[in-house]
Design a protein around this ligand. Structure first.
Ligand code: PGA
Length: 251
């Protein structure tokens, strides 16, 4: 029997304000709040104000933020601003790292600033296909964790959630097998214990999660939830994934 699951939906650059509100309202009708179940969606910035606090059982997160509090940074959004609009924030998603050239140092600064402003960060890590094929998955993930968490005080560690998202599985329809995911999750758990002994940190799997593969992924010992992209844009698909978590919580 499992004690808790976090089911998160990353909408990326999809949905207008009206569509976001409609989605959150409709999703809330599809499931009942349950002990141990946490549901979060990450709409684009433009929809945060319209969705935050709209439904008590659906938390709202931001997809990104800048690491400065305020200043001459045209186009950027700071954690100070997000505090009023979001319950948590994604940090270091692979699309930020790859398309917008975010470095491990940037990710580290963002993570520390998010913690400073009491915005629990969801830190994304994961390897590319060439790295997996070269047997470098575990060292890559370890390096990303070590760099992102540098200088984070032990007491803050439990506010962080880690999302393991193999880049080759994101938006490709090709998910990691439950066994592949479990292996990396177990390794991440061990690494986090070395960095912060005794801490309890949730580790989500992300990369082509769908209703059909979610039950088996969520059944893995070290998988404490999922970060869903494409399938989080449709109420029926996302709620089917939530139902699978509820099944396991009630098993
Ligand atoms: P996907 O995206 O579910 O569409 O593969 C996951 C993510 O990028 O977080």
């Amino acid at each position: 029997m499992r004690k808790e699951y976090l089911i998160a939906g990353n909408w990326k650059m999809f949905k207008t304000i009206a569509e976001s509100r409609e989605f959150v309202r409709a999703l809330a009708k599809e499931f009942s709040a349950a002990p141990g179940l946490e549901v979060v969606v990450f709409p684009p910035y433009t929809s945060l104000a319209a969705t935050h606090g709209l439904e008590a059982k659906i938390k709202i997160g931001a997809q990104n933020m800048f690491f400065e509090e305020k200043g001459a940074f045209t186009g950027e959004i700071s954690p100070l601003m997000l505090q009023e609009l979001a319950d948590c924030v994604l940090v270091g998603h692979s699309e930020r790292r790859e398309i917008f050239a975010e470095s491990d140092e940037d990710v580290n600064k963002k993570l520390k600033t998010a913690l400073k402003f009491n915005l629990p960060p969801v830190l994304c890590v994961g390897e590319t296909l060439p790295e997996r094929e070269a047997g470098k998955t575990l060292p890559k993930v370890r390096q990303q964790l070590e760099m992102a968490l540098q200088g984070v005080a032990g007491a803050n560690m439990e506010k962080i959630t880690v999302a393991y998202e193999p880049i080759w599985a994101i938006g490709t329809g090709r998910n990691a097998t439950p066994a592949q995911a479990q292996e990396v999750h177990h390794f991440i758990g061990q690494t986090l214990q070395e960095i912060a002994p005794g801490s309890r940190i949730k580790i989500l799997y992300g990369g082509s999660v769908k209703p059909e593969n979610s039950l088996e992924l969520l059944s893995q010992e070290d998988i404490s939830g999922v970060l869903v992209g494409g399938a989080s844009l449709k109420v029926d698909q996302f709620s089917a994934i939530i139902q699978n978590a509820l099944k396991l919580l009630n098993a």
